[in-house]
Design a protein around this ligand. Sequence first.
Ligand code: PRP
Ligand code: MN
Ligand code: MG
Length: 178
Amino acid sequence: MKSYDIQTLIPPQQLQQTIERLAREIAADYEGQSLLLVCILNGSFIFTADLARELSRHNLEVEVDFMKVSSYADSESTGSVKMDFDMSRSITGRNVLIVEDIIDTGRTLEHLLRLLRTRDPRRMALCCLLDKPSRRVNGLQADYVGEVIDDLFVVGYGLDYNHRFRELPGIGIMNIEE
Ligand code: PRP
Ligand code: MN
Ligand code: MG
């Protein structure tokens, strides 16, 4: 079995606190309203699950739907965003919160926003657990940001390296040596 060098960057307890804070910010903005969380698979599956459960402690109606898009191979952004599957229901007139694990170049979300705006949501906002602003190729900014990180390749809590390490409970820095 190949061995990998992964160093803890954000432990699970810190992620939990960050998600509690994000839920409070979101709940303050959508108090008494309904909100459709759009989980961007694969990377966002754990974050969306934890954020949704945290939001259940606040006063808003939460629904969850899923889209699957990808643009990375190994540790490189390929620059082309592939839609593997779309949401099952309409977002017209809805409050939509796109939930992403990480914003890196910003290409995935730029592509998604352009597509989803054509469907006339009532309000659309972005929530990301991790933000790597130093890598951005566009002006994209999230409305709710968990943690800002340096330009490091991170895995765990949903994030992968070649489909591996999504199951790790915290975020780790992956040292890629070939
Ligand atoms: C990763 C991550 C974000 C996107 C961010 O997804 O989950 O969706 O890249 O990168 P960007 O800002 O440079 O576009 P990936 O394409 O690896 O697919 P995955 O979620 O299935 O791992
Ligand atoms: Mn992703
Ligand atoms: Mg990936």
